[in-house]
Design a protein around this ligand. Sequence first.
Ligand code: SF4
Ligand code: SF4
Length: 276
Amino acid sequence: MTEIEDLKEQILKEYPRLGLEDKFKFECGPHLECFNVCCSDVNIFLTPYDVLQMRKALNIDSTNFLSKYTIIPFDKKQKLPVPLLDMKKTETKECYFVDAEKGCTIYDHRPWPCRMYPIGSASPGETEVHAEQFYFMMHEDHCKGHQRSREWSVKEWLEDQVPNEYAEFGELFKRVTLHPAFAQGKDLAPPQIDMYWTALYDIDKFKKFIFESTFLQRFDIEDDRLDAIRENDEDLLLFGFDWLRFSLFGEKRIQIRPDADKWIKGKDAKPSIKDG
Ligand code: SF4
Ligand code: SF4
């Protein structure tokens, strides 16, 4: 089992499940003695939408963001790479974005796990997109927020902390990572994993692949969509999801041009990020 699967199994066994209407008491902020304690030495796995938002906050490109602020834990049992937010190499291992006085310096663009905390979410199905999702409460000794009297339902907490786009992009992400083909034993070849990483996480590199390779000679993308992809990161990421469902799983989500063959190197070549 991978580290993520181990954690999931532990959650499924040990954590009481919460529904959207379940209530809990919690409050967070600079007035608490534990302010910022939760922003050190913590495992925060990032979704593609998290990376998009964080690099937007920092105004740097995705390649730079990924190399400066993330690590990819090596686990050969894991089918797909998942970036983990890197922490400073100090004794206390603070997050790069925490400030002693201001707290999170990218607060409006903070990643999904930081928004959800102290609520976590999981689903029992390993490989099912529509598996029932449930929530659970994380209790950590250092977090004094649980001792406060402000009451929330899970639904109220999510509405307050997590904009809808996180859930919408999360659903699309699951349609790739939990694709039925994986349940049937599909493994991705290294160039496909490279494509997955580029299309979902290193989206500035993906944009170059679209506009600076033979891509547009091979695939017929509507002009309006191309304009949107050029101008807007969210549209670029939406296209990345479609591209992967087409190129990895054969879903008919992208139109091949009738004369595409002449641009593809080698008779049986599959689209690759390296095709120029
Ligand atoms: S991204 Fe912000 S909220 Fe999340 S750990 Fe870093 S400083 Fe804390
Ligand atoms: S209340 Fe919990 S989440 Fe808020 S700052 Fe303190 S440790 Fe972090």
